[in-house]
Design a protein. Sequence first.
Length: 230
Amino acid sequence: MLPKPRVVYCPDNPDERNDMVLPLKSDQGHPVTTDDLETIALRPTVVGGARQDDDFEVIWRAFPVGRIMKQAASKHWWWACTVYGLPPTPNDRGPALSFKDCQVRFRLAWARIRPTLTVEIIQAATQHSEGLLEQQPAKAAAPSAPEPLQILDNHRVAPRHRVLKAGSIEFNGGAIDCTVRNVSDTGAQLEVASDLGIPDAFWLVIAGSQTPRHCRVAWRNDKRIGVAFD
């Protein structure tokens, strides 16, 4: 099982070579090392030497794996989970209600994409990132002081409430009974007799609700399923 990603805020990023964690040159010029190779970092996006407000690159092992940004002239945000060399996949990007909501949705997508990354894909993405870095013009001014690392909040974007209601998982014209153990505005935890045959996306109908909710499976554990609402 892969370690749970740790999300931090930093201007720089680590690189792994020969089983050692080494600093990598960054757009800020400040090396940052970490002992956790699964660390996910947010780096402020810089365009033409100017840092963009509410706009972040998502960095993993020294190369970008996504972006989180606030939409122009809107209170809403947008996120994407992408890796160089991998084709786009369903639910790997989209709008979000807030910065925190972006992080939750990114982690759900990353949990699906991370296991598919082979050594070859990681090497290709790292080389691509280093090639782009070498193409950047040298800065005349000295780099500014590094910003302190800050571990971002990993709590759910919305509180969940215990409900213990009957529910129905519906897909392809069929249905499977379930118990909804808790629910929030962004997701729910379901209990089923078995998760065999339950797809990664389906419609959830909760007793007492007239509106089905389309769900994506975030995790499975024996007879429990965690889902995020689209």
